[in-house]
Design a protein around this ligand. Structure first.
Ligand code: IMP
Ligand code: MG
Length: 185
């Protein structure tokens, strides 16, 4: 049986190796742990599905007490360019008033997704809000909002792996790379 996840080599090129990702995630974990060392508790809001794998690895490198919640947002559908207005599909359940919040996502491209989530969280009056993105696409920001922690800056190419998908495929690749052109429909 053939489906796109069984293709062994779907990538044109790998741009960030598994080792590079793991090393940077450890560094980010240290920086974040250090910044929040004085707080009683940090509430992580993970933007899923894309941030699932990054979140799972990063929170195990954070050594302050955390709570974890997810918000489900759809920005892309099955395409490689974002819809302008991100759609909130599942809301957070946790009470976040007066809590310290760290939003985690896989990638910031135009910034509309992160900014939308930021506004929702800000309306609930938390004590503080920061954001941590594994990837940022250079020169693509369309909103007046800068994330606080970034793993890697990348070129403006559509990438998959380590949580990032194309039509829900390829999230399980341990590295990040550019999909072969013939696999984009
Ligand atoms: P933004 O709203 O334009 O910043 O888009 C961010 C969202 O689009 C991210 O949360 C990702 O889920 C998705 N996205 C952006 N660029 C890529 C990509 O190159 N590959 C896969 N998903 C992407
Ligand atoms: Mg996403």
């Amino acid at each position: 049986m053939k489906n796109s996840n069984s293709i062994t080599d779907p990538l044109e090129k790998i741009i960030i190796s598994e080792e590079q990702i793991q090393s940077r995630v450890s560094d980010l974990g240290k920086i974040i742990s250090d910044y929040y060392k004085a707080v009683d508790e940090l509430t992580i809001i993970s933007i899923v599905n894309g941030a699932i794998i990054f979140t799972a690895d990063l929170i195990r490198k954070i050594n302050v007490p955390i709570k974890l919640d997810c918000i489900k947002v759809s920005s892309y559908g099955n395409e490689t360019l974002p819809h302008k207005k991100p759609e909130i599909i599942e809301k957070i359940q946790t009470e976040i008033k007066d809590k310290h919040i760290l939003i985690i996502d896989d990638i910031i491209d135009t910034g509309h997704t992160l900014f939308e989530v930021y506004k929702i969280i800000k309306n609930k009056n938390p004590a503080s809000i920061k954001s941590c993105l594994l990837l940022q696409k250079s020169s693509r920001l369309e909103v007046d909002f800068e994330p606080d922690y970034i793993g890697f800056q990348i070129a403006d190419e559509f990438v998959v792996g380590y949580g990032l998908d194309y039509a829900q495929n390829y999230r399980n690749l341990p590295h990040i790379g550019v999909l072969k052109n013939e696999l984009l429909k």
